[in-house]
Ligand binder design. Structure first.
Ligand code: FE2
Length: 284
């Protein structure tokens, strides 16, 4: 499994490439920047990083045999790349059911582009697809965050040779118990989780943040994956390690490697969005 882009690598993304017996699977081929953070737009450093991230994702997208889009936010897919999906097996979050108005509108526009480009697609929810030497399985719809306001997302489990990788897109924690149940059922060895939006504080909900941390503790203690990668929303916060203090303790006690996406990838952690204000102050 390779993380192509993520907050810990300087952009908003959860783009991942997984290989299952020679079949290349690309999950969430997209990357974006926070349009405004600390009241500031992205700066040159972020724009350059975005262009690097998008080039890499697009290159891998063109080589992939299978593509998964977990929901219709632009850090997870890019409408302009619709033609690159031609000839591939494409699994989409259900564009009609369990979706909010904003995502439904984007999904409809995207489907029009896919039709024009001659791309075939399948609804992913609840499907289990056999692959040579393994399988890929999609969860049912999970809330994007604590409730249905931002619509739903799907999680993806890839089983290869007795090992399991799970990608939980935008479950913000996970803050919801049904996601924890899905993980306990799938029993991943390698787990990439979208940590909660601590940077939003009360706007995310302080109780919801607490629930997310409790759920992560449960995942560490009851599931004990070999590697737990926290990234995406959580890595928009410079103090994420302090918030995750109890998780690091529990992980150490249980022998779980708790890492950011950058650490997992052996690359330096560059929280460009979270550091935007500091760069602005240093440069002005
Ligand atoms: Fe996202």
């Amino acid at each position: 499994m390779e993380i192509l882009a993520a907050e810990s690598l300087g952009v908003r993304s959860m783009a991942v490439e997984v290989e299952c017996s020679g079949v290349r699977i690309l999950i969430d081929p997209g990357a974006a920047l926070g349009p405004r953070r600390y009241g500031l737009p992205p700066d040159r450093l972020e724009l350059e990083q975005l262009s690097r991230a998008r080039s890499l994702i697009r290159e891998r997208l063109r080589q992939a045999e299978m593509v998964v889009i977990t929901h219709y936010h632009f850090d997870h897919y890019l409408p302009d790349w619709a033609e690159d999906l031609r000839g591939k097996r494409v699994f989409l979050k259900d564009p009609v059911r369990n979706i909010n108005r904003n995502q439904a509108r984007r999904a409809a526009e995207f489907l029009e582009r896919l039709i024009r480009a001659g791309v075939q697609w399948e609804v992913a929810e609840g499907r289990r697809i056999k692959l040579p030497g393994g399988e890929i399985l999609f969860s049912g719809p999970f809330f994007h965050g604590p409730d249905s306001r931002f619509g739903c997302v799907i999680s993806v489990a890839v089983r290869v040779g007795g090992r399991v990788f799970v990608h939980t897109s935008d479950v913000s924690g996970p803050v919801r118990p049904e996601v924890v149940h899905f993980l306990l059922e799938q029993r991943p060895d390698l787990l990439l989780v979208d940590g909660p939006s601590t940077y939003l504080g009360p706007r995310f909900g302080l109780e919801a943040l607490e629930a997310a941390r409790e759920n992560l503790l449960r995942i560490i203690r009851d599931l004990g994956p070999e590697v737990l990668i926290l990234d995406h929303h959580l890595l928009r916060d410079l103090s994420w390690r302090r918030w995750a203090g109890p998780l690091f303790e529990a992980a150490e006690a249980r022998g779980v490697r708790l890492l950011s996406g950058a650490e997992f990838s052996g690359k330096p952690e560059t929280l460009l969005e979270a550091e935007r204000l500091k760069r602005f102050r240093d440069n002005s």
